[in-house]
Ligand binder design. Structure first.
Ligand code: F6R
Length: 237
């Protein structure tokens, strides 16, 4: 696992943007795996700027998002679909039919997970998966204890994750208890992975990810086993 240390969030976002641009320019039909959350916000902003200046087109890009809350409609401002529309999809020339996010409103969630997983199999492999990490080491919504060979599934959010994510909601009571998420096995099939770790509050988890024992107790440690995983961080170790 390669670790790239940058000065600050600005540099982290520029590095992530450039990796994404490289992939988009390297394939006729690039396939991106995307994350939400605070960490990639600036990366998306910088990508939009490059789109506006004509340096990148999303015309032929297909995307798969990692996860979505159960029970939130795409129009709900707290849904990940809404986040992606706001920060990227609504501002670039992505084709609607090439955007894939698990449907948290699906009547049958298990079937929806199978459908999402099958679509990745049919269209994929994902060329580049962008990841953030939770304080407890989760990637996507794969909380500690999730098997490394898991596929897209319904995940129960831990109380700590609900608490951390409540900053995006009006109150913790509004944070859903379940989400649909790509599994760890699904994520590991991406050809290349870039993990963005921003902010000193993530120092402990970053240390475990880089030097800790590979263990299902800390999901992101699985990335040590990926042949093309890069960690970009602004944290001094
Ligand atoms: C989001 C996701 C999560 C976040 C993680 C870090 O789609 O899959 O795993 O990447 O919770 O979130 P932030 O960036 O808000 O610290």
């Amino acid at each position: 696992m390669k670790v790239v240390k940058v000065k600050n969030n600005e540099q982290l976002s520029i590095s992530a943007r450039d990796i994404i641009m490289d992939v988009v320019h390297s394939y006729d039909k690039p396939i991106l795996g995307l994350a939400t959350g605070s960490t990639p916000e600036k990366t998306y902003r910088f990508l939009v700027e490059k789109y506006m200046s004509g340096e990148i087109s999303f015309k032929d890009v297909t995307s798969f998002n990692l996860d979505e809350y159960v029970g939130l409609a795409p129009t709900n401002p707290f849904s990940y679909r809404h986040y992606m529309n706001k920060h990227l999809f609504g501002k670039v020339n992505m084709k609607q039919e090439n955007i894939h996010i698990p449907d948290g409103l699906a009547e049958d969630l298990e079937t929806e997970c199978k459908r999402f997983e099958q679509t990745i199999k049919d269209v994929g492999p994902i060329h580049l998966q962008v990841l953030g990490v939770g304080l407890n080491g989760h990637i996507g919504f794969n909380e500690p204890g999730t098997p490394f060979d898991s596929r897209t599934h319904v995940a129960q959010l831990t109380e700590s994750t609900r608490e951390v994510n409540s900053r995006f909601f009006d109150s913790i009571d509004e944070v859903p208890k379940e989400a649909l998420t790509m599994g760890i096995g699904t994520i590991m099939e991406a050809e290349q992975i870039v993990l963005l770790v921003q902010g000193d509050h993530k120092k402990d988890i970053l240390k475990q990810i880089i030097n800790g024992e590979v263990s299902e107790d800390v999901p992101a440690t699985v990335l040590q086993n990926h042949p093309h995983a890069v960690v970009i961080t602004d944290i001094d170790l």
